[in-house]
Design a protein around this ligand. Sequence first.
Ligand SMILES: *Cc1c(COP(=O)(O)O)cnc(C)c1O
Length: 466
Amino acid sequence: MEYISTRGSAEALDFEGATLAGLASDGGLYLPREWPSFAPEEIAAMAGLPYAQLAAKIMAPFVGGSLSADELLALCEEAYGRFSHKAVTPLAQLDEQQWLLELFHGPTLAFKDVALQLLGLFFENFLSRRKSNLTIVGATSGDTGSAAIDAVAGREGIDIFMLHPAGRISDVQRRQMTTVRAPNVYNIAMDGSFDDAQAMVKRMFGDADVTGRFNIGAVNSINWARLMAQVVYYFAAALQLGSPACKVAFSVPTGNFGDVFAGYVAAQMGLPIERLIVATNVNDILHRAISDGDYSAGEVTPTVAPSMDIQVSSNFERLLFDCGGRDGDAMAEQMRAFEASKAMQLTNAQREGAAKLFTSSRTDGEQLSQTLRWAHENAGQVLDPHTAIGLHAALEAQIDPAIPVVTLATAHPAKFRDAVERAIGQRPALPARVGDLFAREEAYDELPGTYEAVRDYVTSRATPAN
Ligand SMILES: *Cc1c(COP(=O)(O)O)cnc(C)c1O
């Protein structure tokens, strides 16, 4: 399979190349040149497969010649063997129509583990073949940092430098990063906000002095391999609910549009998806874009669902490109204008293409608390705040009662204990697998918020490309 950039001018790469590159050299995002698809009989034959085998089957056409079928299966078995539930992403039933897809059984309690555990293994495999080293530099407001660190700690050929805004993430989130003790893991508490940290990282990707000596890599959801791994659980859930003989709708708590775009990919591959509901909090740029074509960024409002507190959704470009006729030059032009003015209108083709599958909804703080209480009282389920936003959107979506609606449960409630306790008066316990988090020793370095300090820290510790 070949991967092309949404902005049309970067060279096409194979799966291995696209995975190691992250962002395309023209600033675009990689997508497969065409969507592979499965016939209904092929999908029906996947029912009942163990998760790792299902994953290997669904990802095989995307991985192409970069790994053999046996190699891919072995990596899936290793990655998903680290989950605490045998089904990896089990379903829970809330009422006659509503279901939860539990994506938080990985090591760091959020859905990002599903893709990052596998991405860490892809990196290690491809780097050992090329005999080269990768320096991952990232900024995190919480969940991505811990999942990425857990996925690459101790792996050959990789160093990871993760910046977090000092004092601005939860204790659980910080400890999940800083208590991982491995010689290739560097945690940095930086003075400033998440946006400041993110700006440092972007600057480093464009600093020829750094990129000339080191292979700088990305672990955020601009990396195609992450989205690909997330396609699998849409199939897993739909198969359990009777697909391909019947349709299923999904409601997805959305920030960067990575998770819900994976659902779009599943539909392109032949999974009969009735609808994808894009659930946002009050940071509702995607709700405005999908409901009336207005994609314009404002200020970020901090909420109790911090992983959805974004104004610009990087993966939305992938949908606009695919629905807009896959015209790289036009996409590059549209994104240049957006980057200058922070606002754009979707074209008619983009709006109509999106409307075939997507609807959207916005949930405020009061609705979120009510939904946490509803799930607790009616189904005995303690949800995390992100999941509650997804469920609120699902409950008001008015889907045909014969069609099951699956809300993606993106984090374990213990990760956001304070907000959950305020709503339902009960404090979720940390699962046994992370139970000693507060007894473990932390290690991190504090840096001032200047580019020079961060650059010198990274370049004096990272391993050169080869
Ligand atoms: C990252 C994250 C999201 C948002 O996912 P996107 O792929 O960025 O849309 C939602 N919920 C939780 C708990 C997350 O960690």
